[in-house]
Design a protein around this ligand. Structure first.
Ligand SMILES: [Fe+2]
Ligand SMILES: [Fe+2]
Length: 283
């Protein structure tokens, strides 16, 4: 039996430290749970595309975790792909290079027992950057495994239902969706653990579990009816070829919505909200 904890959307920054306390609560809970591995599915920082310090600080915070940590970039770390949320902050080679200065990789694969776990950089899709071609070739190799496969990526495969057109602001780019889904199907993928939405959800489609990991930082301002806005993380157990995944909400988390943080319309973007700097000597 092996265990893995997926965290996501931690949104760390040394100068906009709204979510630093929550990250401390979560890392204490992770260390008490003693998982075999930890994955962060992106948006580790508040504004990595503009402030490299946010990336460096986010990396430093992950040093508290007493387990191997595997990280993926989100749109708040390296920018947006075409059709994304904030088109003034697109993914570029410079932004990828800034990410690589602090994180050793922007994709990964490793094995736990029978399972292969593959982390995919969803921010590269449909960008036309050389890194995108490189990742497609790498992905075929990463999925070549004699056993079950689980995927981690920042954006989910679909926003609400599998039958709707994917929206690049919310889910994987429509330009690559079918190609990616085909590779996952051929590769025997059993689950896709994603972030970005800041809500927890688990639905099964075509024998694949789609698992949305909540944020450790905040939930959306307007919660869809079926969601309660819980923060926390997802704990996976792998036993032979079987797996299970469950939401964990550690005690002590400060639950708040994005509207709370942006002072109910006073600031348009999270990156614009002034706040206290973190009171630790982090470098
Ligand atoms: Fe996020
Ligand atoms: Fe995101």
């Amino acid at each position: 039996m092996h265990t893995l904890i997926q965290i996501s959307d931690t949104h760390l920054s040394p100068v906009q430290a709204f979510f630093y306390d929550n990250f401390r609560v979560v890392t204490a809970a992770i260390n008490a749970a003693r998982p075999d591995a930890v994955v962060n599915t992106g948006d580790m920082s508040v504004n990595g595309p503009k402030k490299e310090d946010d990336l460096e600080f986010a990396r430093w915070c992950h040093n508290w975790i007493d387990a191997p940590v595997y990280t993926l970039p989100g749109n708040h770390d390296i920018g947006e792909e075409p059709g994304g949320e904030s088109l003034k902050q697109m993914v570029t080679e410079d932004r990828l290079n800034a990410f690589y200065r602090h994180f050793s990789a922007c994709r990964f694969h490793f094995d736990l027992g029978n399972w292969r776990l593959v982390g995919v950089n969803s921010q590269l899709f449909n960008t036309g950057l050389p890194h995108e071609d490189d990742q497609w070739a790498w992905l075929e190799t990463a999925l070549d495994h004699d056993g079950p496969v689980g995927i981690f990526q920042h954006k989910p495969m679909f926003a609400r239902t599998p039958d709707e057109e994917p929206l690049p602001r919310i889910s994987i780019s429509p330009a690559v969706h079918d190609r990616l889904q085909g590779l996952y199907r051929e590769g025997g993928v059993r689950f896709i653990g994603s972030g970005h939405i800041h809500l927890h959800r688990q639905v099964e489609h075509d024998n694949v579990a789609h698992i949305w990991c909540p944020s450790t930082a905040f939930h959306p301002s307007n919660l869809p009816e079926q969601f309660d806005g819980s923060l926390g993380y997802v704990e996976y157990s792998f036993d032979g070829d079987d797996f299970s995944a469950q939401l964990v909400t550690p005690e002590g988390l400060h639950h708040r919505s994005l509207a709370d943080v942006k002072e109910n319309g006073r600031y348009k973007f999270l990156k614009d909200v002034p706040t206290e700097a973190v009171e630790v000597d982090w470098r």
